[in-house]
Design a protein around this ligand. Sequence first.
Ligand SMILES: [Zn+2]
Length: 69
Amino acid sequence: MADMTLPRPGCCKWAEGEAGNYTFPCNTRVEPGVSYCAEHSAIVYIPPEERRRNRSGGGGMSLSFRRAA
Ligand SMILES: [Zn+2]
């Protein structure tokens, strides 16, 4: 019987759920030594604040630079 509460070797280790009650819904195959597929590694390695900033136009930084110059 397969244990669905453990990440499978060779597959994305993206986890959802709460401590002690994780599931691993992503079955995307990954290279050996790689923990997450491209989609989930982007989520894991970029903090939510950064993502929000990028989504809302992103030009805020270059705008202030231009204004200061
Ligand atoms: Zn994934």
